[in-house]
Design a protein around this ligand. Sequence first.
Ligand code: PLP
Length: 468
Amino acid sequence: MSIVNSASAQLSKLPSVDRVLGFATVRRLVEEHGRTSVTEAVRELLAELRRSANTDLDEPAVCARLERAMAARSRPNLRPVFNLTGTVLHTNLGRALLPLEAVEAVIAAMTSPAALEYDLATGERGDRDELVESLLCGLTGAEAATVVNNNAAAVFLMLNTLALKREVVVSRGELIEIGGSFRLPDIMRRAGAKLVEVGTTNRTHAKDYAEAIGPRTAMLLKVHWSNYAISGFTSVVPEKELAAIAHARELPCVVDLGSGTLVDLTQYGLPREPTAGEAVANGVDLVTFSGDKLLGGPQAGILVGRKDLVERIKRNPLKRALRVGKITLAALEAVLRLYRDPDRLAERLTTLRLLTREAGDIAAQADRLLPALTRALAGHAGVSVQPMKSQIGSGALPVDVLPSAGFAIRPVAASQRGRALARIEAAFRALPIPVIGFVRDDAFQLDLRCLEDEEAFAAQLQSLEVGT
Ligand SMILES: *Cc1c(COP(=O)(O)O)cnc(C)c1O
């Protein structure tokens, strides 16, 4: 008999799709996941077995593979992870975590009709911005406020409304790029405004701005240094002075704060960061900032400032394309309400709670977890607890770091350390709740500042499998 014939004789031993669907375990899977999905998985598995000419699987083995396949199929694409990168507001990991108050407001808004654009006092059509406008004005001292999809949209809409076919004066020290896709000169061009650069990279003076103003000037714009610092021989024009120069020529002064915060962070022992309220008090006419950076809310772009300018922005037809939905507004309102009680903010606002964790507490947590982690990595790597420096992230306070603590994991293998490190990193990423750390100084490191669910972290360590 030829080899081909004996192989096909073997393959005919594979059970049919219907027979597999009749296995008790598989019937249970059908109840849980539905017939369509399980049938697809059975077909895929049988096809794979046929391709690999693997016909030795018995019923329990087939069922085990199907259970694994169904678990993988039902896992959501957007998966929760442990952010142990040491960057609290990590853009790739979703930035700010929302407090429970916001989650509850979101559930209510999602599961019940809500007065989103409906004035309950008059029964007439309302304005969705009014849900958060008075809160934002109360917290910043501004006359008016509006909300769009994110801060990039806020800057874009502001430029497109106030500076279409006109000039915007910006210091050469502030032509920022954030994460590659937000570059100020590009946004400006797409918004239809012409960038007029003044000063130099390290020094820009009042007269640089004043001399650049001409008949086509629409505004003076200041952009907060987000992800970098300029130090040494430097000079910048303070907001108050810049606003005065603009106002002397009847122009608005606008500030893109980026990660603007609503409260003075020094009261919580954190580095100073300019607040939106300070900009308003300094005479700035419009301020733009993100909802999901230091503010600790949902992804949103917030504009606060002079009423006439905010109204013009709201009348721009693009506002409709960039507006936020009820889910965002529900979360934002709930977060803004927490700010009305600054004394309890550090415990209730998740972002602030993580930022204010004491290094001593974090080190104690690391000590508690050390034995379990050491056991899980036995034979592959050594683990030590060491001091670390967390970053706020998302462009906030780039040069200020927060003392923290965590693990340095060093492979035992003396050779091919790079590959050993990559395997350890991959093993942590493959956990049921993937653990994201970082590699530095020849070690895979985990900064525990953002580890709140210590039990869940510890519980899954036993399933850590470092490949070889
Ligand atoms: C982060 C940032 C932006 C972009 O904000 P998104 O909310 O990410 O769209 C714009 N300007 C500055 C200065 C920033 O820091």
